[in-house]
Write a protein that binds this ligand. Structure first.
Ligand code: NDP
Length: 476
């Protein structure tokens, strides 16, 4: 029988996606550059459904029913282009090529335009959830044409994660919108992880608590507003004992965080759009600082701390303060990420429904969390909400924790414990809610040295002061 969908690229992700499709009853054409991976998939999992293996790309394409639907799941970058170039001459008008790898969205826009010119649909889709998600239900963020989604959407929704029966997959928007949203998802993931790491550090240093004790705190937190995959795995990791040394596992892991680049892309794009995504940026830079070995070596034992010891008199109150500060900082990071989505959506005419994005992130992906329901509800109340933080639910939820947040950030500063994401999120909160910012002084300085002009609070127009002359003001 002709296969309903094909997967080329059968490393961990492609293999599991193909199995997921087969388990849902689809006849799946499978192909990989080196045939051994195709053979092993069929040998190991052939009983899970119907696979149609092909050794050549030609046979693979020929085994597909029309309109052909080909999922490309190979290494991002050059390899993706190579595979697309091989496929395109074999395809016919109306066929759909789906790039489910971690492409950078400008590449997706370029590929989509090139395939559209040939009468083909190109769907760049974000897939989150790692190997586990690919097999059992990922969060799926497809871009491309709406027309292609009509054919492809039902299949993707079928194999996606479900929360309360709702699929964690929806049409995101044209061309690169899907990969863009996946990129911001990853940026938010960086922020979430950094905030959790800072909370752990504060509990460790503030309470002198062991990893196992902190694991219990996270386990308790996971029963409330903070309930999420990342909090859950944090408790698991902190409970782990190293077999070799008998120490807490977290204490034997080298403290230099690595990254594959999606956080960096998100920050670069935030700068391009002029959207202050400070939580994501601090998280990305915190990883960079951890890996700055020569600088850290030069600084350790050299830079004076002049810090004072933590003074925690009420253990439970301190834990609750850290929890509230974590929640508030997390809301800031998400609020900023959704601002970035709104800005890119406006710039590219993507018309992205932010509430729907929060909905499809509730399951399958790394940032899945109970709290995403609150975000969906906020955008249901107002689809054009200018600031997530200003939604009535979040003003309450964050407002309740502001004093705790201030105590935590100031105690951390006095004790010399670095909390870049906690502190910059609080600075953003105070900045965005300030009635008047010292940006007035920046504007005056710019006019002074560069005649860059300024606007006034009391009348319309642009003005320049003759700083080097008689210092009178002229309309500019
Ligand atoms: P890899 O990124 O390790 O890619 C390996 C696959 O790419 C193999 O099938 C390999 O074929 C194929 N490949 C590499 N170069 C070429 C080429 N020039 N021509 C044809 N095929 C080529 O695999 P993963 O499964 O880890 O990831 C696949 C994609 O999914 C990537 O884009 C990744 O970023 C993304 N992703 C990964 C996640 C994860 O958790 N791993 C999560 C979400 C997305 P061969 O066997 O012949 O070498």
């Amino acid at each position: 029988p002709a296969a309903q969908i094909g997967v080329t690229g059968l490393a961990v992700m492609g293999r599991n996606l193909a199995r997921n499709l087969a388990r849902h009853g689809y006849t799946v054409a499978v192909h990989n550059r080196s045939y051994a991976k195709t053979e092993s998939l069929v040998a190991d999992h052939g009983d899970e459904g119907t696979f149609v293996p092909s050794e050549s790309v030609e046979d693979f394409v020929a085994s597909l029913a029309r309109p052909r639907k080909v999922i490309v799941m190979v290494k991002a970058g050059g390899p993706t282009d190579a595979v697309i170039d091989e496929l395109v001459p074999l395809l016919d008008e109306g066929d759909i090529v789906i790039d489910a790898g971690n492409a950078h969205f400008p590449d997706t826009r370029r590929r989509e335009a090139a395939l559209k010119a040939k009468g083909l649909h190109f769907v760049g889709t974000g897939v989150s959830g790692g190997e586990e998600g690919a097999l059992n239900g990922p969060s799926i963020m497809p871009g491309g044409s709406r027309e292609s989604y009509e054919v492809l959407g039902p299949i993707l929704e079928d194999i996606s994660a479900k929360v309360d029966g709702t699929p964690c997959c929806t049409y995101v928007g044209p061309d690169g919108a899907g990969h863009f949203v996946k990129m911001v998802h990853n940026g938010i993931e960086y922020a979430d992880m950094q905030l959790i790491a800072e909370a752990y550090d504060l509990l460790k240093q503030g309470l002198g608590a062991s990893a196992a004790e902190i694991a219990d705190i996270f386990r308790t937190w996971n029963e409330g507003d903070l309930e999420s995959f990342l909090i859950e795995i944090t408790a698991e990791v902190l409970s782990q004992v190293d077999a070799e040394t008998g120490s807490a596992f977290v204490d034997v892991v080298l403290d230099q965080a690595e990254q594959k680049g999606t956080g960096r892309w998100t920050v670069q794009n935030g700068l391009d759009l002029g959207v202050p995504i400070t939580g994501i940026a601090e998280a990305t830079f915190a990883r960079a600082l951890s890996g700055s070995v020569p600088q850290r070596t030069a600084a350790v034992g050299t830079l004076p701390a002049h810090a004072q010891a933590f003074d925690v008199t009420d253990r439970e109150a301190f834990i609750e303060d850290v929890r509230l500060a974590l929640y508030a900082s997390k809301v800031v990071a998400y609020s900023q990420g959704f601002d970035q989505i709104a800005a890119a959506s406006a710039e590219n005419d993507w018309a992205i429904d932010r509430g729907a994005m929060a909905r499809i992130w509730r399951g399958g992906c790394i940032i899945r969390a109970r709290f995403l329901n609150r975000i969906t509800e906020a955008y249901e109340r107002d689809a054009d909400l200018p600031l997530l933080l200003a939604d009535e639910y979040f003003t309450g939820a964050v407002g309740n924790g502001v004093q705790a947040w201030r105590r935590v950030v100031s105690q951390a500063a006095l004790a010399g414990v670095p909390t870049p994401a906690f502190s910059s999120s609080l600075a953003y909160y105070d900045g965005v809610r300030a009635e008047r910012l010292p940006a007035s002084l920046i504007q005056a300085q710019r006019d002074f040295f560069g005649a860059h002009t300024y606007r006034r609070t009391d009348k319309d127009g642009t003005f320049h002061t003759d700083w080097s002359g008689d210092r009178t003001e002229q309309p500019a």
